[in-house]
Design a protein around this ligand. Sequence first.
Ligand SMILES: Cc1ncc(COP(=O)(O)O)c(C=O)c1O
Ligand SMILES: Nc1c(O)cccc1C(=O)C[C@H](N)C(=O)O
Length: 387
Amino acid sequence: MAGEAHPTIGVPGAVDREELRVKRELFDIPEGVIYLDGNSLGAPPRHVAERMQEVVKHQWGERLIRSWTEGWWEAPQRIGDRIGRLIGSAPGQVVVGDSTSVNVFKALMGAVKGTSRTEIVCDESTFPTDGYIAQSVASLAGLKIRAARPSSLDLTEDTAVVLLNHVDYRTGELHDMKALTEQAHGVGAQVVWDLCHSAGVLPIELDALGVDFAIGCTYKFLNGGPGSPAFIYVPQHKQGTFENPLSGWNGHREPFAMEPAYEPDPGIVRARVGTPDILSMLALDAALDVWDDVDLAELRQRGLALTALFRKHVEKLTGLEVITPEVRGNQISVRCPDAGTVMRELIARGVIGDHRPPDVLRFGFAPLYVTDEDAIKAAEILADVTR
Ligand SMILES: Cc1ncc(COP(=O)(O)O)c(C=O)c1O
Ligand SMILES: Nc1c(O)cccc1C(=O)C[C@H](N)C(=O)O
């Protein structure tokens, strides 16, 4: 019944169920599907398709090139500010564009520029692209790379920068941003946080914690769409010295002066590179509308309640091991023999999660559109498939 807390949840401050039902109605989840992969590709809010019709027909089709001066050119900063609200950044410090991988590169190159320190430390269990890019940055900048667990980083005065994932993509573990940022700063190192699996999951306080750089994607919990542009956060006090290694004309202080010499914009615009992918960016812009009135502290309680509910049911099943720790994002990962086959069977029965090799099943719980009923039903189907 609407407004009634689920008896197994009991998390204080959980969002009223009616309010969440209203949010779920903003999404088009196909009949018969329990969608638990919003940690990889978020579902589209219903109005995005209609907005994109308008963008293509009117902004592109009718306004043609005039649209560049009617909002397109500034879209990366404007949409960056919308994301900034969700990650604890004051306006003017986040810009949207490029992929996450490219933004990892920009942030790390910016962080090591001019350093006399000798190492980059990278989260041992990082999503691979971050590790690959960190390796490239290390070799371009002549530094060593060292992989370490966030629980034992062993930082020293040789450490130039630490690259950390806020939520581990495989296990769903949430790392302590405050403690780890302080630890890096304690030895004079900088920190770059990858927020791919935490943006849109919980309140994040980049400004308050003095984070040096952050990057993240927008196609997971923020529902920006497949390949939607990523974001980069460069706090105001670093903008004057941040050197974007990709000095494209969009980061120039006067791009339309078409000057031969590169002179960076004084602010966050210097983190831009080339022409923004406007269609993807405006789909993201539309998708962000559903976040306007979301209270992230309440949403966090819902995410915790949903994952707790699913975990409680799955922990009773024999032969499966929940590997997600208590301190977690919005995902429950389960070690399971023959995980690939099990996930294929789950998908055939309407439960869409994913499988990460060799033996991990991942289930993501996007609280804007996943319900308690989904969590319980998915656990029941998992029990049936693995019986
Ligand atoms: C933590 C993390 N970083 C980066 C990426 C991906 O980077 P890109 O958007 O460049 O493909 C992902 C997922 O694909 C991820 O989970
Ligand atoms: N970015 C992806 C893609 O382009 C295709 C398929 C999946 C993805 C993902 O986002 C994977 C995801 N980051 C993960 O946590 O495994």
